[in-house]
Design a protein around this ligand. Structure first.
Ligand SMILES: NC(=O)c1ccc[n+]([C@@H]2O[C@H](COP(=O)([O-])OP(=O)(O)OC[C@H]3O[C@@H](n4cnc5c(N)ncnc54)[C@H](O)[C@@H]3O)[C@@H](O)[C@H]2O)c1
Length: 316
């Protein structure tokens, strides 16, 4: 018995880096999978590869009519819908707010926010007809802070959080759970876009070095969390948000060298014989007890793991 036997799952942006990983995993766990997206060639190829229990439907998440047709197709092929994953997303070309065109703002919010809203709106009646189910919205760690030059993306992902909580309240009594996942930096085509203030791709600009788990995320990392939230194992979880970022939002971890130095100093303090404190040392402790620790904000990486120069150097 698989976790998703006899259930039908619709994944938007199902041909993308993370979307295709989600589709494959749901299918492997017994689900009927519907790959919703705008890339018909890739969608048909993925459905063909998976064979039985897989279908591609053309779905532009910004278009309500497209949503209605897709959900109708899902119900007529598989007899119902049980899980919706609002995964489709786009990143804005990096620019400060003052240099952001209104059209760019609207396009990014249309896909990332309105697309999620329409998905909930159109899929909810179908989920209700299936006597309940789960919706998982894919947000971003950028929806938990600010990121210069990414206002449309940041604002849209912040708003997805409010939408998730509101939908969870509205749909809970119909046995429909709604949660959100906030990935950090995941190795997909998404991070091949040029980074803000640089010609290099985001993938080169971000470095996992300062993360507590020093690597980029893989789509499969997100998929495992998604499958848990979509499954009955998570039946008491709704309106919740899950960050999956290898510790990116924690701030920079100690670099290996600094961590090694710290351990060496602790060991030598532990083996050293205690000695009398000189009066001036005591005064220093009373005046503030400042200890010398590496300043994580100086040089190399900022909170999001992006390479930067020391503050004040004027580098982006
Ligand atoms: N990769 C990362 O580092 C990262 C980090 C945080 C959040 N995310 C989010 O994860 C989700 C998946 O992104 P990914 O990393 O797989 O990127 P990706 O670019 O590989 O996939 C995005 C998918 O969305 C589809 N899409 C775009 N516009 C659409 C539309 N109007 N209708 C339907 N589909 C559309 C694309 O065709 C593509 O299949 C997105 O919501 C993204 O914002 C990504």
């Amino acid at each position: 018995m698989n976790r998703f036997d006899d259930l039908t799952v619709l994944v938007t942006g199902g041909t993308g880096g993370q979307g295709s990983s989600h589709v494959r995993a749901f299918h492997a766990e017994g689900a009927n999978v519907v790959i919703g997206g705008i890339d018909a060639e890739r969608g048909a190829a993925l459905a063909g590869e998976l064979g039985a229990r897989a279908q591609f439907v053309r779905l532009d998440v910004t278009d309500e009519g497209s949503w209605s047709a897709a959900v109708q197709a899902v119900e007529s092929t598989f007899g119902g819908l049980d899980v919706l994953v609002n995964n489709a997303g786009v990143q804005n070309p990096p620019a400060p707010i003052e240099g952001t065109e209104r059209a760019t703002w609207s396009r990014i919010l249309d896909v990332n926010l309105t697309g999620t809203f329409l998905g909930i709106k159109v899929a909810a009646p179908a989920l209700r007809r299936s006597a309940g189910g789960a919706i998982v919205n894919i947000g971003s760690t950028m929806g938990l802070g600010g990121t210069a030059h990414y206002a449309p993306y940041v604002a849209g992902k912040w708003a997805v959080r409010g939408l998730t909580r509101t939908a969870a309240l509205e749909l809970g009594r119909d046995h429909i759970r709604v949660n959100a996942i906030h990935p950090g930096v995941i190795a997909t085509p998404f991070i091949q876009e040029p980074a803000a203030g640089a010609t290099a791709a985001i993938a080169d600009f971000y470095s996992p070095e300062p993360f507590a788990v020093p690597r980029l995320g893989e789509p499969a990392d997100v998929t495992r969390l998604l499958l848990f939230l979509a499954s009955s194992d998570a039946s008491f979880i709704t309106g919740s948000e899950y960050v999956i970022d290898g510790g990116l939002l924690l701030g920079p971890a100690l670099q290996k060298e600094a961590a090694r130095e710290g351990r060496r100093a602790t060991r030598s303090r532990a083996t050293r014989k205690p000695r009398e404190k000189r009066p001036c040392e005591k005064d220093a402790v009373q005046e503030g007890g400042r200890v010398s620790t590496p300043d994580p904000t100086r040089g190399s990486h900022d909170q999001l793991g992006r390479r930067s120069a020391a503050p004040g150097s004027g580098a982006a």
